[in-house]
Write a protein that binds this ligand. Structure first.
Ligand code: NAD
Length: 331
């Protein structure tokens, strides 16, 4: 039997993990996020389950080790919030859920794009107030336009196919190209700069790594097409928020759809509606009429949550039985 301390629990996590429950795993649901200051709450557990807002740095890992924690189960794909080197040195294994619903993320990118372009968020509010005017709601046909996909891994490939299905020309940039897939789907790989110069829509589907931090910055924004849309469902720190605000103020970008934000930790997933928003950059972003922000919800589908719970619990059952983790879930 494995005892699991489950951090940053939301009602939907509890529902899906209880539904997928396994006799080998006993779960202690905790509301707080895991970080160096809260790590002592893992006492008497064997493993911890964390999400994107938990900060599992070296100091946190050392405290976890002292509590007897042997394993960290990330219930997400990205692992940039865990110090993997420190975990390895302490002998703590780490697993993730590499692909839960890749369709969910690609479809959410499309939802952001269509909402922004056809001003559905504005139309919804207007019509509810009996304002049936169409002024200011003009979009453009996506058919025949060019989309640029940055990162053609699992999610980027699905997003590219969806956009091809809308009749868009799709350019792609990835340091590791899949030529056979590109040929089969009619997608053209090109240099990052060309993608930026020629795309009417740029959608980001790449991981946050030291070399991709602030990949979208003053210089890269300057290369983008006048009126282009930028969609980020990947990681907030891929975009330099200060530079984004400046380029939005200049009127260069047609719109920006963000499911992730550079400083989302402690803000996204929380109901702060009764409080003053302390983050000035997020506040500024929310004032632009052509910026649409969702609170890191691209994964939030029935299929996504079911798969996350199933893969995470299966790995913990394997841990309790001394078996290997599911292929490709170890990081
Ligand atoms: P993946 O590992 O399958 O693919 C990532 C691709 O990015 C790879 O092909 C890789 O070669 C490429 N890449 C690496 N460096 C690059 C660079 N500098 N420029 C362009 N491409 C580069 O990952 P995935 O499962 O497709 O996930 C993509 C992103 O989506 C990740 O950042 C992940 O964290 C994020 N994600 C977000 C949510 C959400 O709810 N918003 C959910 C799941 C995943």
């Amino acid at each position: 039997m494995i005892t699991l301390a489950f951090y940053d629990t939301k009602p939907y996590d509890k529902k899906y993990f209880e539904a997928a429950s396994s006799p080998e795993v006993s779960i202690r649901f905790l509301d707080c996020r895991l970080n160096a200051g809260t790590a002592s709450t893992a006492a008497e557990a064997d493993a911890v389950c964390v999400f994107v807002s938990d900060n599992v740095n070296a100091a946190c890992l050392q405290t976890l080790k002292k509590q007897g924690i042997r394993h960290i189960a990330l219930r997400c794909a990205g692992y940039n919030n865990v110090d993997l080197k420190a975990a390895r040195e302490l002998g703590i294994t780490v697993t993730r859920v590499p692909a839960y619903s890749t369709h969910a993320i690609a479809e959410h990118a499309l939802a952001l794009l269509l909402t922004l372009n056809r001003k559905i968020h504005k139309a919804y509010n207007r019509v509810r107030e009996f304002n049936f005017s169409l002024n200011g709601l003009i979009g453009f046909d996506l058919h025949g336009k060019t989309a640029g996909i940055v990162g053609t891994g699992k999610i980027g490939k699905i997003a590219a196919r969806i956009l091809r299905g809308l009749g868009m020309k799709v350019l792609a940039y990835d340091p590791v190209e899949d030529a056979a897939w590109a040929k089969e789907t009619g997608i053209e790989y090109c240099a990052f700069e060309r993608l930026l110069r020629e795309s009417d829509v740029v959608s980001m589907h790449l991981p946050l790594l030291p070399q991709t931090h602030h990949l979208f910055n003053e210089k890269t924004f300057s290369l983008m097409k006048q009126g282009a849309y930028l969609i980020n469902t990947s990681r907030g720190k891929l975009v330099d928020t200060k530079a984004l605000i400046e380029v939005l103020k200049s009127g260069k970008l047609g719109g920006v759809g963000l499911d992730v934000y550079e400083e989302e930790e402690g803000v996204f997933y929380e109901d702060l509606s009764g409080q003053v928003l302390k983050d000035d950059e997020l506040s500024r972003l929310l004032t632009f009429p052509n910026v649409l922000i969702t609170s890191h919800q691209a994964f939030l589908t029935h299929e996504g949550l079911s798969k996350i719970a199933q893969v995470t619990l299966e790995n913990l059952s394997r841990l309790s039985q001394g078996k290997e983790f599911i292929d490709a879930t170890t990081v």
